[in-house]
Design a protein. Structure first.
Length: 131
């Protein structure tokens, strides 16, 4: 990514929307719900980072939505409870991407992940467009 785009909130929102679009594709044969749900987590993560950039708040490049929300709040941004609750998407960032000791993600789990990512993206768009 060109350096000037790295700190452009609109570019981050575009990437968030792209990740959300991937999360919403019809599950191809042989694809795990976990893999599609990863894209929902990525959409939320990139949307939160767009808000951080819009507020000129420095952040670490992490997948942890709890940390990103905490960084927003430390920077003076009020994060609604519904957005904080989407931190449940964290499990899709790393844990479920690899074979391991977790319950398989269901289609319902995936749909909830997509809905949560949509909520974060809508919130982020509202903030970025007002700045």
């Amino acid at each position: 990514m060109p350096p000037e785009l790295a700190y452009d909130a609109h570019s981050w929102l575009a990437r968030a929307a792209s990740s959300l679009a991937l999360a919403k594709v019809a599950r191809p044969e042989g694809c795990f719900w976990e893999d599609l749900s990863f894209h929902a987590q990525q959409a939320a993560e990139k949307a939160l980072k767009a808000v951080l950039i819009a507020h000129k708040i420095s952040f670490r490049y992490v997948h942890d939505l709890n940390e990103l929300v905490a960084t927003l709040e430390k920077g003076g941004v009020q994060v609604p409870p519904g957005i904080k609750a989407t931190a449940s998407l964290n499990e899709f960032a790393v844990v479920t991407r690899y074979p391991g000791c977790y319950e398989a993600v269901t289609e319902e789990d995936h749909q909830q992940a997509v809905a949560a990512a949509e909520q974060v993206l809508a919130w982020a768009r509202g903030i970025v467009s007002s700045r």
